[in-house]
Design a protein around this ligand. Structure first.
Ligand SMILES: [Zn+2]
Length: 411
């Protein structure tokens, strides 16, 4: 294959970004809109500038760099995010942003003028750890989140997003909305899951992002003495809750191999070794690529909660916490990624993303696709996150091939 990225520079650029906010254990601590985020933004700005890109910073701090094409056509957008989790890894987000930069550098080195313009992007606050929610910058840009509400979001010290954007000099002048009708959006990200490694693959061709449904059940029983109350007189909220926990574990097995279900948080009142629990809240979450399967999981968990409450003679209330519709990526983008991997001799497989990405919001705006890089042991959001340079490069090179095909109207 004639077009491929410069591997040595790709690795050097990845190593250089990892030093900004790098931790002693080889991880990354670069929270959104912190001093470290400001430093990596300045570093990225300078590199976009040197690559001759026309830079725009929007009102929400999203950074865009544009390279003109032969025609004034709808641009191809590629990128990811440079912020990190607290003591996270050096690949999450950064790999996709650096791959986008290396793509335009490679076009320059080879003197290639693409048919369509190409834009690269660094989204603001993808992680959602310092400020909630996640995908904040891409969400505002896509119109899924209200900018005023997101400006007002505060960190745990009460500092709002808007003040931090101003402080670090990244509250830009451009409207936080698509500056053009985009042809397509491509994002490279580490898999953050175990499938590629387990199947011995080089890269993942992502076909979509799973949806989720989150909620909480609260069971109301009667508090009483744990020694003096006979078993048949008890209304034990904990027993009903425990029953539900095992059902959340079982429901995915009834629905399909892609469904997952988790109870991640339990709250017990009065929470004493000597008192029968009166009030127990249990959160639950299901994820699946198929919207109807998610609705079925939701129906089943409600039925099981009612049955568990009835068996224990307690009351139950339900609260919905969040719903996200699954995203199916566009065929054209999926094919572009698949062909780029095939042309370069990388062994690939189709995967569904179990986590959300900025591509979720981009998919509301234009045709979207993703490339996944292998995550060793499936670890992420920890300093132990690891992808070897060969795997980083294979995924970056696949992204570059797919982006070039789209930018040259090859698909
Ligand atoms: Zn990420």
């Amino acid at each position: 294959m004639e077009f491929s990225l410069n591997e040595e520079r790709f690795v050097e650029t990845m190593q250089a970004q990892a030093e900004i906010g790098g931790t002693a254990n080889g991880g990354l601590h670069r929270l959104a809109l912190s001093d470290e985020d400001a430093a990596v933004r300045n570093w990225f700005y300078e590199r976009m500038d040197r690559a001759g890109l026309e830079i725009r910073i929007d009102e929400f701090g999203n950074m865009f760099g544009r390279r003109e094409g032969k025609r004034d056509a709808e641009p191809v957008l590629i990128g990811s995010h440079l912020d990190s989790q607290p003591y996270g890894g050096i690949y999450d987000g950064a790999l996709g942003t650096i791959a986008a930069l290396e793509f335009v550098r490679e076009l320059d080195d080879r003197g290639i003028e693409t048919e369509r313009p190409v834009e690269i992007v660094n989204w603001t606050n993808e992680e959602g750890s310092r400020f909630q929610p996640t995908l904040q910058g891409s969400g505002v840009w896509a119109g899924a989140l209200d900018i005023e509400e997101q400006y007002a979001a505060t960190d745990e010290d009460g500092t709002p997003v808007e003040a931090e954007l101003e402080r670090i000099g990244y509250k830009g002048d451009h409207p936080a909305e698509p500056a053009a009708d985009y042809d397509s959006y491509l994002e490279l990200h580490i898999e953050q899951g175990p499938f590629l490694e387990a199947n011995g693959k080089d890269v993942g061709v992502v076909t979509g992002i799973v949806g989720l449904t989150w909620g909480e059940f609260t069971f109301y029983g009667e508090a009483n003495h744990s020694g003096a109350t006979p078993m048949h007189h008890r209304e034990d909220a904990m027993v009903a809750a425990a029953d539900l926990v095992t059902q959340v574990r079982r429901i995915p097995g009834q629905l399909g191999e892609r469904t997952v279900g988790t109870v991640g948080s339990v709250d017990v009142e009065p929470d004493s070794i000597n008192v029968i629990p009166e009030e127990v809240s249990v959160t639950y979450g299901f994820r699946d690529p198929d919207a109807e399967t998610l609705r079925e999981a939701e129906r089943r968990v409600r039925r099981e909660a009612a049955a568990a409450a009835e068996r224990e003679d307690v009351a139950v209330e339900h609260e919905n916490r969040a719903d996200a519709t699954p995203v199916a990526f566009d065929d054209r983008c999926v094919t572009a990624v698949q062909r780029a991997a095939d042309d370069r001799g990388y062994d690939s497989m189709e995967v569904f993303s179990g986590g959300v990405h900025d591509a979720t919001h981009a998919a509301e705006v234009c045709d979207t696709g993703m490339v996944f890089a292998v995550s060793e042991g499936g670890k992420s959001h920890t300093e132990a996150e690891y992808t070897d340079w060969d795997d980083c490069y294979s995924a970056g090179d696949t992204l570059a091939g797919a982006a070039l095909a789209l930018a040259d109207d090859g698909l």
